[in-house]
Design a binder for this molecule. Sequence first.
Ligand SMILES: [Zn+2]
Length: 370
Amino acid sequence: MSETFSVIARDGAARAGVLRTAHGEVPTPAFMPVGTKGTVKSVDPDELRALGAGIVLGNAYHLHFRPGEELIAELGGLHAFMGWDGPILTDSGGFQVFSLRDTLLEVDDDGVTFRSVYDGAPERFTPELAARVQERLGSDVAMCLDICLPAGADRSELEEAVRRTTLWAQQQRDLPRAPGQLRFAITQGGLDGELRRRSSEELVALGFDGYAIGGLSVGEHREPMFDATTEAAAFLPEEKPRYFMGIGDPEGVLEVISRGVDMFDCVLPTRTARTGSALTREGRLNLRNARFARDQRPLEEGCSCPACTRFSRAYVRHLVNQQEILGLRLLSLHNLRFLLDLVAAARRAIERGEFLSWKEEALEGAKGAM
Ligand SMILES: [Zn+2]
């Protein structure tokens, strides 16, 4: 079998590559639309494919509780269940458990106890369970259960999170996997360079198919976050894919690519759509604004998405204001296309060796789109 990941072009720290999974190849850098509950909200898999998505993300926490991994396995696994035959990455549920702070009951060396967001019942996630859920879902990339702390956590908390994240990764590394399933570990350490180094070195020594940079984009300021990304990426092996968890604004995406990140995910395009806003090269357009009432232009000139090829801003504004389902669907399709196109253009710029100048130009207009 050929290698799981190859870098085909470099430009500074930025890389263009290919991730090979059991359900096909993914060109990187890759933006992964988020299908939390087994669907990218309101978008069907054929549409996702047509928009240029190469891989989607599913969420182990939510799918474990509703409808349950055993039911999904019985129905042929997550690919068959959601009608998407391309690559799927599943997160471990760690982020949900630790970001819903008020549902957290207890963390120990064997796992974490919390109240489920569905019915408030006490539940427990362990490294074994996180691996088992993802094995049953049959995703192409499974993530290790980790401890993700919010911005502002003190050093002793971060140190403990790093220690347990390594301990848990060790327990998960050799557990059963779905056929061809890759397993990525997640580095922690917040903005602390020394702890990030420790976390990275410990996980790299264990040996995984790829590594995620976790515990960033959790509420800290942008500049220290980007600096920490530069550092965190440098601690990871050149020949393995790097995944930045939870970034999806145009500037953030290009900044992490320029720091050597290969994959990222975010709900931003679809969440922004649900607030009635479109991402464009000139910034974010709030379609509720009265200035679009008679605007016959598409959301973005030159965009080939289903919204822009047929409908005017005035019509989308009308749909949004009337809370018509089509309005949020059209904005979701457009926003996903915008981000996927941006990342595809970044890849071409890396291949041409012009990434930095291209990025400056792209950000010039997109400043307001953050
Ligand atoms: Zn469009």
